[in-house]
Design a protein around this ligand. Structure first.
Ligand code: HEM
Length: 460
């Protein structure tokens, strides 16, 4: 085969309307639509959302080219001068920035996530976990919204580990602020008719008001730390102490706000969603749940888990990995071609918008046997696909998740901690997913908190 022949064919998704393209279909159920198109038309697709043309790539080789091999040519889509999508909320923080600013800030932030810090972080995570589930005693035998519980738990974990502070008293306000702002940001991505932010519509006013609240909270944190001068060796210290190597100048208030809010939001939303889906999967797979409880009881013997326990909890880890496969909290990764490029031999013009379809990759039947089934065992039996980018819950390449080790400790640790005390039973018939930047269970998941009849050591 000559070099110029691509093994991939770019298919135009049929049925686009003249002005709006595929917007109507996409907007209603973005994730299901992308999944249906992929199953029907293949791994390399082109579609239109109003004036924007997008490419959806759902093959590991294409993902690897975009995120790893040609990472310098496929850049983030955000423009700090004209914020849209996530940058409306996070400003120019680590998720949304690019170029030299991103490089420098990643260098500042990365050390906080070093493996050597994870044991201490795990102890703090466990402490927070025990504190929060202590409040569940009053709801035993009753149904609660597990999505709210996991969001609040993950939020408190990130506040305590990164900012050495408790957000417990603001938790409901913050959860709402993030829900409203992320929905606003996500809608701005695919709504060509959106009115500019200065127009006083209800949604614009609501967005501005929740952002004011979040800004107040973050600036308050920064001011408090500056005033007290306390040293905690946490993220806040690192950000406040950072100095430019050449100029010696520290981060501006705006930069500090953007980075702190980015870690705050990116560091709990995704983990909470991953935990929600894991509880849902366990509740609907009784055999896996029984094996999970057996492992947790045997290894922990009633203790609170710590970082060392994780290596003895392979099935718990496998459950978390399998849940991230079926319900990746970030189900698609977006990039823009910085120049004319080719991907898998397919030419794309400069400016082309690209989605790497993580959710599709994770269910690709050519790489995952029984791809739609929840089979944690596949992670124990070395059945992982050889293709490097067939599994991308944390992305890949230079822009891969900075919190990957943190989340890989936090997820299984909190599962074990909760699973040792509770058996979570589904209290609703169906659970629908909703894509709102991250993949959430729509309207939450009601579950009954059944206390487990296992001997519990009183070390909590
Ligand atoms: C299960 C949990 C998590 C999942 C599934 C997840 C997923 C991801 C993914 C897919 C990306 C790459 C996005 C892209 O390439 O455009 C990313 C980036 C990022 N994540 Fe996570 N994440 C998780 C937890 C965390 C945690 C705990 C933190 C912080 C404490 C965090 C902070 C970040 C940041 C700052 C970035 C941007 C990195 C950069 O561009 O340099 N994430 N995450």
């Amino acid at each position: 085969m000559p070099d110029s022949v691509s093994p991939f064919t770019l298919i135009d998704v049929p049925g686009g309307a003249p002005l709006f393209g595929h917007l109507g279909e996409f907007k209603k159920r973005p994730l299901e639509t992308m999944s249906r198109w992929w199953r029907r038309y293949g791994d390399a697709l082109r579609f239109r959302l109003g004036p924007k043309t997008l490419h959806l790539f759902s093959h590991p080789d294409l993902a690897e080219e975009i995120l790893v091999q040609q990472a310098d040519r496929f850049v983030k889509v955000y423009d700090p001068q004209r914020p849209t999508g996530l940058s409306l909320v996070l400003g120019n923080g680590l998720v949304t920035s690019s170029g030299e600013v991103w490089k420098r800030h990643r260098r500042i932030i990365q050390p906080i996530f070093h493996r050597s810090r994870m044991a201490a972080m795990a102890d703090r995570m466990a402490q927070v976990g025990e504190q929060r589930i202590a409040g569940w005693v009053d709801h035993e035998g009753q149904s609660v919204d597990i999505a709210t519980e996991m969001m609040q738990l993950a939020l408190e974990v990130i506040s305590q580990t990164m900012f050495t502070t408790s957000m417990a008293q603001h938790i409901e306000h913050i959860s709402r602020a993030l829900r409203v702002s992320l929905k606003y940001a996500f809608d701005s991505f695919h709504n060509p008719l959106r009115l500019p932010m200065w127009v006083p519509t209800h949604r614009n006013r609501e967005f501005r008001s929740v952002m004011q609240f979040m800004d107040g909270l973050i600036y308050g944190l920064l001011a408090e730390r500056r005033q007290s001068g306390a040293q905690h060796g946490d993220l806040l210290d690192l950000l406040l102490q950072a100095r430019d190597e050449e100029t010696g100048i520290g981060l501006s208030d705006q930069e500090l706000r953007d980075e702190a809010l980015t870690i705050f939001a990116a560091g709990h939303e995704t983990t909470a969603n991953a935990l929600d889906w894991t509880w849902y999967l366990l509740a609907s797979h009784p055999e896996a749940k029984a094996r999970f409880h057996e492992e947790v009881d045997r290894v922990l013997q009633g203790r609170t888990p710590n970082a060392d326990d994780l290596q003895h909890l392979p099935y718990t880890r496998a459950i978390f990995d399998e849940s991230l496969r079926l319900y990746p909290p970030a189900p698609a990764v977006q990039r823009k071609a910085a120049t004319n490029v080719t991907v898998g031999g397919l030419p794309l013009p400069a400016g082309a918008l690209v989605l790497v379809g993580t959710h599709n990759l994770h269910r690709h039947p050519a790489f995952w046997p029984n791809s739609d089934q929840f089979l944690p065992e596949r992670w124990l039996n070395s059945e992982r696909p050889a293709a490097r980018c067939a599994y991308l819950p944390f992305g890949a390449g230079p822009r891969a998740c900075v919190g990957i080790h943190f989340a890989s400790v936090e997820g299984p640790l909190l599962l074990a901690l909760i699973g040792r005390r509770y058996d979570l039973e589904l209290a609703q018939e169906t659970v629908e997913s909703e894509l709102m930047v991250t993949l959430r269970p729509k309207g939450g998941i009601r579950m009954i908190l059944n206390p487990r009849k296992v001997p519990v050591e009183s070390n909590a």
